[in-house]
Design a binder for this molecule. Structure first.
Ligand SMILES: Nc1nc2c(c(=O)[nH]1)N[C@H]1C(S)=C(S)[C@@H](COP(=O)(O)O)O[C@H]1N2
Ligand SMILES: [Mo]
Length: 409
């Protein structure tokens, strides 16, 4: 083939003296550890939605055998989802520069022509396509969701979930093939001549270590401007993220709000003492309660965080309200409460309802909260009543609750 150095398909096009097995291997090994953690925390995060329980929780209805691992999400420790999703999102954002650096470092290989020299080579190129395409896809969909830009067709969950499986399968195959070589490359001081090394290198402007610092510095910067989303005191440092940069307002209700009452279309007319009733349905029938009725039932306190799939979370807030299991008992489910289906006053949007598992209903810290931090819930935090459950994703903590259905619907 003619060596036309103006085309990226020609080795002569790639001039950087930094490219080589060492840099590629170091970045690859960092990704190896990071992607493993991302995959495991991602699968756990999906499980936390109780997707096997109800169509409304199931964000990927045709998951098939990919849901083989699903288990009953526990309620202990109460910060479990906060930790899992905080790690997933913060690590994912932090790894972006490493992923880009890695792609840059292997760019000559991605453009090589002819596309395939043999069947084996063809298979290798296809697996690389799935690896690079899948990797970019999961990172891009993840970032869009974290930034609350719902631009993709359909729901984020199936896209990210299926994308993750494709990416991870290709990643695992790649890691099994390449890790031994990568470890050798990192230990070896002198660079081998491989197809990554520029045949006619330009003069270096930065050392290999400098390049690594550049990538690492980018990661540190992203980490420093993301990690704070999971902490009330550090939130002001989370400059790049929605739900960063300080709490909304002051006082007992002055903590992060995902969707406001105005956004959800829930107005004062529906939540007033004259209009709002909680409808509880169960084995023995239907009970209707005013907020005053609820306040006369035994009230309990739970210190629990809000932890959103988007990676932000609050510290523990002091919720006060009626135990879900006490409400189950009101409609004939004594002792061993069943699952519950929770519906909001909100009429549109996929977060207006959620199903909770029996173990979540049974936990004494699971409340239909009426107060937070010593004050009535504000409209934006779900007045007149909202669900709060330990260790669960924020989306299970339905606001502006109108109806609870215990047992089979
Ligand atoms: N009815 C209703 N409940 C809802 C939501 C919603 O949009 N509508 N958002 C959920 C999500 S995604 C989160 S993270 C939490 C946020 O609770 P907060 O706004 O009080 O912090 O509420 C959950 N409850
Ligand atoms: Mo959320």
């Amino acid at each position: 083939m003619r060596d036309d150095s103006r085309l990226p398909t020609s080795p002569g096009f790639w001039r950087s003296p930094l490219r080589g097995p060492w840099l590629t291997s170091v970045l690859g090994l960092v990704l190896l550890g990071g992607v493993m953690v991302l995959f495991v925390t991602g699968l756990l995060s999906y499980d936390a939605y109780n997707p096997g329980l109800s169509r409304v929780n199931d964000k990927t209805p045709d998951k098939g055998i990919l849901g083989f691992y699903l288990f009953s999400w526990p309620t202990n420790p109460h910060w479990l989802y906060r930790l899992v999703q905080g790690v997933h999102v913060t690590l994912g954002v932090t790894l972006i520069p490493v992923l880009l650096g890695k792609l840059w470092s292997v760019a000559p290989k991605l453009f090589t022509l002819p596309p395939a020299r043999s069947v084996v080579h063809a298979l290798e190129r296809i697996s690389l396509l799935l690896l690079v395409g899948g990797g970019l896809f999961v990172f891009v969909t993840g970032v869009f969701n974290v930034q609350m830009n719902y631009v993709f067709p359909g729901s984020f969950y199936p896209l990210h979930f299926y994308g993750a499986w494709v990416f991870f399968a290709a990643f695992l195959a790649h890691a099994l093939l390449k890790t031994p070589t990568a470890l050798r490359n990192v230990r070896r001081m002198r660079e081998e001549r491989t197809s990554l090394v520029a045949p006619r290198p330009a003069r270096p402007t930065v050392s290999r270590r400098g390049a690594l610092w550049f990538v690492g510095g980018g990661s540190l910067l992203l980490f420093g401007t993301t990690a704070g989303r999971s902490s009330d005191c550090l939130r002001v440092t989370a400059l790049l993220a929605p739900h960063g940069g300080g709490e909304p307002g002051r006082g007992p209700n002055g903590f992060q709000i995902n969707r406001t009452a105005a956004y959800a279309g829930v107005g004062a007319a529906e939540t007033g003492a004259d209009t709002w009733r909680l409808v509880v349905v169960g084995r023995t029938g239907t009970v209707r309660l005013t907020r005053a009725d609820l306040l006369r039932l035994p009230l309990h306190d739970s210190a629990l965080p809000i932890a959103c799939v988007e990676g932000w979370s609050t510290s523990d807030q002091e919720w006060r309200g009626v135990r879900l299991r006490d409400l189950a008992a009101l409609v004939g489910h004594d002792g061993d409460p069943p699952d519950v289906f929770v519906e909001s006053l909100q009429r549109r949007g996929s977060f207006r309802h959620a199903a909770l598992r029996a173990n979540q209903v049974a936990d004494g810290r699971s409340l239909l909260a009426l107060h937070v931090n010593g004050e009535a819930l504000s409209p934006d935090h779900g007045f007149p009543a909202r669900v709060i459950v330990p260790a669960a994703p924020g989306v299970m903590n339905t606001k502006w609750v109108a109806r609870l259905t215990f047992g089979d619907r």
